[in-house]
Each structure stands twice: as structure tokens, then as C-alpha cells.
Design a protein around this ligand. Structure first.
Ligand SMILES: Nc1ncnc2c1ncn2[C@@H]1O[C@H](COP(=O)(O)OP(=O)(O)OP(=O)(O)O)[C@@H](O)[C@H]1O
Ligand SMILES: [Mg+2]
Length: 442
């Protein structure tokens, strides 16, 4: 098919000359005398050639609108030789090339052909990326690292059965997303998945929430009410933050997992339930086993299929793909430099933090693209330290904050000399530099 070029030029004679030239070179030509009349037609164009100075809306304004519409047609601007600054401005705003007037027809053809070639390259690139995207995406879970690929495979392998799955991983690594994927690939997909956040339910209400109650079971129980396990019958129960379940409830959960039965609060009638249980934790349950706050028998009943989701900093290959995914979601573009910064950072808040940073950076970027300086990493948003009664870190500090503190201290002692600070820390200079960049300290 012939490429279609839209020519926007108010000077009729010049427009005619360009049109004839392009047509004789085998292109299809569409034309307009103003930006306003050109706009409805940009969708059908493979390339747009526009004057910058136009009556009414300027070529530059039109260019802005074209970029927003996300059409794939490249734009070449024509400008008087004397106003080369506007041409530069247009290039910054996304024009692919410019033609200073007056130009020869040879020059015109050169620029047009080059732009079309670039367009083809860009399209191929995009297609390639989309293919990769499909391959590295599973139910909206992005992951091209070998660890995530393994997780995708495990999801598919365990989904069909009723086997209990225990998801373990830091906050923000995608446990919720993975739990849902398991449910939706299981034969229970058409049934409910009932999520219970074990942290947010007060201890004294947990039993009635999970197992329901009979009228009169306690003051205020005026009617009987089914619990989550009844609601989820033939479906899936997702027990989030399982480490926070109090001891008396742990016993009851164990019974559900072993016998698939329970009683409502205030009743002796044994209820049978057919549920699939998926549990998640962001603390290491083995530590809770050791100090006796989590029952060992329950742990082994839950840990039939363990799925450990590594923190983002241990699967950096995923970062560019996640960034692209979120950039698309929030309608922005990320420069290579900005991408480098995002990859270098150590993401204590994992994918959730990355998603927030990409969103904020796109929102607050100075130009049409997120540049390195636009990347907004907000230290206050870090993952809270895991709650633990015996701190061996200084009060209230996470390991990351403590590391940052030590590095700053070393720099202070070394009077800002990085090689010396690195020696104090037992690091190579490069290792120190890497940490400094990741922390956003220059
Ligand atoms: N691999 C991924 N691909 C795309 N989005 C992801 C991925 N992992 C996480 N996310 C997104 O990051 C956010 C946090 O994920 P999610 O809620 O699943 O984390 P979590 O492990 O359950 O965290 P928490 O322990 O705090 O509950 C969500 O918005 C989720 O959609
Ligand atoms: Mg979660």
C-alpha cells in the first residue's frame, strides 16, 4: 500500500508543488491549509509534513496534540530558515525532522524517505516489544526473570488441584496478584475468592468473621451469620498475613485444613466446606515457629506448595518490563537515563513502590518524557520494618536505613573522599558508588 502523507501548508502554491512532487514519487497525498482542518485527518496519515506558521492554531500546537493522541505518524516541520529556534523547539516536542525553507525537492524527498524508514523501524521495534510483553506477562503479572518464569510455571501446575499454597515474600512483591492468578486458573474460577486480611480483623472478632455465628452467640448477635469459610464454599479462601493469626484461631484453621470442617460460633453443628486455601505472609514464618507464636502443625499444613516470591532487587531483569508496563498504564514515556536510575535503585517497597514512583514521575515530569531528573523516589514511602519485638537494629531503623546511615558516616569521616570511605566500609569504590546511586545520593 502506498504511504499516505498529509501536507499542512497555508501557502497554496507551495502546497501544490509539494503535493505534485510527492505524488510523482508514488505517495498518496492528503492536504490541508490549516491545523484545524488537518487534525481530523491525522489518523489516516503515515507521515505528516507541516508548516509551523499557520493561520489559527500553529504547527507547534498541532504537534503537541498529535503527540498526545499517540498516533504513530512521524511529523516533519517546515520552517523559514530565519526561525531555526522554532525548528529546534519542534524537534524537542517530538518532530522527527525539519525542513528549512526554501528547500529543494531533492532535500524534501530525502527527509521524507528517511522519516518513513525510521517509522518502519519504530513499528518493528514496537511489535517486537509487544511480542515480548505477551511472553513475559501472565494475567497482568509481569516477569521475565527466571525466578518469575518459574513462578508462572508453578501457578499453572498447582492451579488445577485443591492443594494449599503458601505465598511468602516481602510487602509489594505481588502476592495478591499471584493468589488471584492461581484462583482464576483453577476449576474454581467461576466461584468466589474470599480474601481475609488477618491483620485488620481484631482478635476477638476473628473467629466469628471466619466461621460465622449463630443468633445469640454473643451480645449483639441478633441474627445468625455465615462466615468467610461458608461464603467461599466451592471457591477459594485467601488468608493474607497469615502470620498474624492468633493461637486459638490457628487451631481452628488447622482443623479446616485437615478435616474441611468447622462450627459456627455458638453452635455445635459441624459444617463441611469445600474450599481451596491460599495463604500469604511477608514475614518469615520459620522465625515465628522458633519462638512459638506460630503452630508447627499448621505451618506444615499450609506449606504444601511453598511459593517464595523474591524481592525486586533480586530480579532486576524484571524492572524495565515493569516500568514499561506501568508507563503504559499511566500514559507516559520513560527516557533511557530515567530507566537506568530506576534499574539501579534497590526498591525496598518492591513492585508497589516502583508502580508509585513511575506514576508520580510521569505526573510531575517537566517535559513529555520522564528524564532521569524527573524520577521521584520518595524515601518516606519505604516498606515499614517487619514488626519484631527484639530489635537488633537500632530502634526504628530498617536495614536499608541503617546501611545508609553507615555510608553517610563513612563519607563524613573520609571528608567526602569516596575511595577512603569505601575502604572504611570494606567495599570497592565501585560497590560504594553503586550504593550511592541506588540511594539517590550523588
Ligand atoms: N509482577 C508484577 N507485575 C505487575 N504488577 C505487579 C507485579 N507485582 C506486583 N504488582 C503490583 O504491585 C502492587 C503490589 O502488589 P501486591 O498487592 O500483589 O503485593 P503483596 O505482595 O500482596 O504486598 P503486601 O504484602 O503489602 O500485601 C499491586 O498494584 C500489583 O498490581
Ligand atoms: Mg497483599
Amino acid at each position: 500500500m502506498k504511504p499516505r502523507i498529509l501536507v499542512v501548508e497555508d501557502e497554496e502554491k507551495l502546497r501544490r508543488v509539494i503535493e505534485l512532487q510527492l505524488m510523482s514519487a508514488g505517495f498518496e497525498v492528503d492536504q490541508a491549509g490549516t491545523a484545524e482542518s488537518a487534525l481530523p485527518r491525522i489518523d489516516r496519515a503515515d507521515l505528516i509534513l507541516t508548516d509551523l506558521r499557520l493561520p489559527g492554531m500553529s504547527g507547534l500546537e498541532m504537534l503537541g496534540l498529535i503527540q498526545k493522541q499517540n498516533t504513530h505518524a512521524p511529523v516533519i516541520v517546515m520552517t523559514a530558515f530565519s526561525s531555526i529556534e522554532t525548528a529546534v523547539e519542534a524537534m524537542k516536542a517530538g518532530a522527527i525532522d525539519f525542513l528549512p525553507k526554501p528547500f529543494s525537492l531533492d532535500h524534501l524527498m530525502n527527509v521524507v524517505n528517511k522519516a518513513l524508514e525510521m517509522r518502519n523501524l519504530r513499528d518493528e521495534n514496537r511489535q517486537l516489544k509487544e511480542q515480548l510483553g505477551r511472553r513475559y506477562e501472565f494475567d497482568n503479572i509481569i516477569g521475565r526473570s527466571p525466578q518469575m518464569q518459574d513462578i508462572f510455571a508453578t501457578i499453572l501446575r498447582v492451579a488445577p488441584s485443591r492443594a494449599t499454597v503458601l505465598l511468602a515474600g516481602e510487602s509489594g512483591v505481588g502476592k495478591d496478584l499471584i493468589a488471584r492468578a492461581i484462583h482464576f486458573h483453577s476449576p474454581r474460577a467461576g466461584k468466589q475468592m474470599v480474601k481475609i486480611n488477618c491483620t485488620s480483623i481484631p482478635e476477638n472478632l476473628m473467629e466469628s468473621e471466619l466461621f460465622g455465628y449463630e443468633k445469640g452467640a454473643f451480645t449483639g448477635a441478633n441474627v445468625s451469620k455465615p462466615g468467610k469459610f461458608e461464603q467461599a464454599d466451592t471457591g477459594t479462601v485467601f488468608l493474607d498475613e497469615i502470620g498474624d493469626v492468633p493461637g486459638n484461631i490457628q487451631v481452628k484453621l488447622l482443623r479446616v485444613l485437615q478435616e474441611r470442617e468447622f462450627e459456627r460460633l455458638g453452635s455445635n453443628r459441624v459444617m463441611k466446606t469445600d474450599v481451596r486455601v491460599i495463604a500469604a505472609t511477608n514475614v518469615d514464618l520459620r522465625a515465628a515457629l522458633e519462638n512459638g507464636t506460630f503452630r508447627e502443625d499448621l505451618y506444615y499444613r499450609l506449606n504444601v506448595v511453598p511459593l517464595n516470591i523474591p524481592p525486586l532487587r533480586e530480579r532486576k531483569d524484571d524492572i524495565p518490563y515493569l516500568v514499561e508496563h506501568f508507563a503504559k498504564k499511566f500514559g507516559g514515556e520513560i527516557s533511557d537515563d530515567a530507566m537506568q536510575r530506576l534499574v539501579a535503585y534497590y526498591w525496598p517497597g518492591n513492585v508497589r513502590e516502583l508502580e508509585n514512583v513511575v506514576e508520580r514521575s510521569i505526573l510531575l515530569a517537566q517535559g513529555p518524557r520522564v528524564e532521569a531528573a524527573d524520577v521521584r523516589i520518595d524515601i518516606s514511602e519505604r516498606a515499614r520494618p517487619a514488626t519484631s519485638s527484639d530489635h537488633f537494629l537500632p530502634e526504628g531503623l530498617t536495614l536499608d536505613q541503617f546501611e545508609q546511615h553507615l555510608i553517610k558516616e563513612a563519607l563524613k569521616r573520609a571528608d567526602g573522599n569516596k575511595s577512603q570511605a569505601a575502604r572504611l566500609l570494606g567495599l570497592t569504590r565501585n560497590a560504594l558508588r553503586y550504593r550511592l546511586t541506588a540511594m539517590g545520593i550523588e
